[in-house]
Design a protein around this ligand. Structure first.
Ligand SMILES: [Zn+2]
Ligand SMILES: [Zn+2]
Length: 296
């Protein structure tokens, strides 16, 4: 999807950009078509050849991608070569994205937003079911050559659920165990890995280092916009008949009252709200897709 948003439309485009086999690429493109984020369209009749175009649902993922990109730019200096800067064509500056509340246009910090489960929400739906629990840990180097640390946090359902639980207030091993019903070996493995990535700090309690409190670091808290935008896209395009899985409220720091929270992204340089068409990759000038790529 990252390549599609950067302009890939033909099989060869993905093959050239990713270390991926023909068969894996074929099956993933098929899956993305089934999910309704890409659609197949013939571009040549003899022999018949298809290209893969973003649908509106797929194009909507650009906000999540920009949030991921911004987090990696700001917090993951290990990239070699460095990942290209994001460029805002409206103010003509490189930028890092800022998460805003669509209701009050104030920049949102994790402590100012509160989430509760809606009718379709429960932790049990966010974790792997029994039949898939034995898959190996994702996030090994090479899983996603562009954003390996994001992949470590989101590329696997246990990891993603643990990040969600941390933002929901889980601090100790037993909190994660209780909330997620996760196998202890999975939990200790991921907690250790998240500490290695400086997402959590393991703070000893009462002089005991064997039962630390896991606190989100600044780097960990800075991942909040990614989570918010992915959840928002999920709820916008994949409805559950029972209603939303998560309901978020925002209370600005100086206010007594809260209001519904929907995330928006703004340019950290000029403060203007970001639109996909106004963002360029500073190195290659690949533009995020405009409406001409869309299907209605
Ligand atoms: Zn607000
Ligand atoms: Zn700007």
């Amino acid at each position: 999807m990252r390549c599609a948003i950067a302009g890939a439309t033909r099989f060869q485009d993905w093959l050239e950009r990713l270390h991926i086999s023909n068969s894996v690429l074929t099956s993933r493109l098929g899956m993305l078509v089934d999910l309704g984020v890409l659609r197949r369209s013939p571009y040549q009749l003899r022999p018949l050849r298809y290209e893969y175009l973003l649908t509106r649902r797929g194009r909507d993922l650009w906000t999540s991608l920009v949030a991921i990109w911004g987090w990696e730019l700001a917090w993951v200096p290990e990239h070699t070569p460095p990942i290209p800067a994001l460029h805002h064509t409206i103010c003509n500056h490189d930028f890092l994205p800022v998460l805003l509340c669509a209701h009050c246009s104030v920049a949102v910090q994790p402590r100012d937003a509160a989430g509760t489960f809606g009718q379709a929400g429960e932790w049990g739906r966010s974790v792997p079911n029994a039949s898939t629990r034995r898959r190996s840990r994702s996030g090994a180097p090479g899983d996603d050559p562009a954003f390996p640390q994001t992949y470590a946090l989101l590329g696997n359902r246990w990891s993603a659920a643990m990040v969600g639980a941390a933002f929901a207030g889980a601090r100790q091993f037993k909190d994660f165990e209780q909330i997620l019903s996760a196998p202890p070996t999975v939990l200790s493995d991921r907690l250790r890995h998240f500490c290695e990535l400086s997402i959590f700090d393991a703070v000893p309690v009462g002089g005991r280092s064997d039962r630390p409190v896991y606190q989100l670091t600044d780097k960990g808290r800075a991942f909040f916009p990614v989570i918010m935008l992915i959840v928002a896209s999920g709820q916008r395009w994949f409805h559950s008949p029972e209603g939303p899985a998560m309901i978020f409220r925002h209370r600005p720091p100086a206010s007594e009252l809260d209001h519904p929270f929907a995330p928006r992204l703004a340019c950290g340089h000029c403060g203007g709200e970001l639109r996909g068409a106004d963002i360029a990759d500073a190195d290659t000038d690949v533009q995020a897709p405009t409406s001409s790529h869309s299907t209605q």
